[in-house]
Design a binder for this molecule. Structure first.
Ligand code: DQA
Length: 145
């Protein structure tokens, strides 16, 4: 089985985009550190980024049968997308919501995310380390639910 890590819009520009908020680490580097952790635990990492809501939804549907757990940084879609929430509701495996920044400490429109309604937990504010924390969390959840 696989561990899915999905990334929403604008995260392809990580390292370049608003580095004072999101830092200088690139998404490829985050993927590499996730891969090291999942491979060491005997799982396959499926790591994707898209700027398109429908593409993210298609990957969530794929995860229904392929994933042991799903980590998602929905980026801006977390605050807006009921469709993403509905797709996540079709999953039975643990869902972890992950944000680089701490949306609760930012503008009011970032305080609510639809993904939180179905997330087992939320990791926010730790930058790229948050993805590693999320992988560690799902590995423990899978092994001792
Ligand atoms: C983000 C926080 C969101 O509010 C924002 O729209 C993003 C990135 C984060 O990782 O901190 O694009 O999800």
């Amino acid at each position: 089985k696989s561990i899915y890590v999905l990334n929403g819009p604008n995260l392809n520009l990580l390292g370049v985009r608003e580095p004072e908020i999101y830092g200088y680490t690139r998404l490829d580097d985050i993927k590499a550190s996730c891969e090291a952790l999942t491979t060491a635990a005997g799982y396959t990492l499926v790591f994707h980024q898209s700027n398109h809501e429908g593409q993210l939804i298609d990957w969530i549907h794929e995860a229904r049968t392929a994933a042991a757990a799903l980590i998602i940084n929905p980026a801006g879609y977390g605050h807006t997308s009921v469709a993403l929430l509905d797709a996540l509701k079709t999953l039975t495996v643990p869902i972890i919501e992950c944000h680089l920044s701490n949306p609760a400490a930012r503008e009011a429109f970032r305080h609510h995310t639809y993904v939180s309604h179905v997330a087992k937990g939320v990791i926010a504010g730790f930058g790229p380390i948050g993805y590693e924390l999320a992988i560690s969390a799902v590995l423990r959840l899978i092994e001792q639910p």
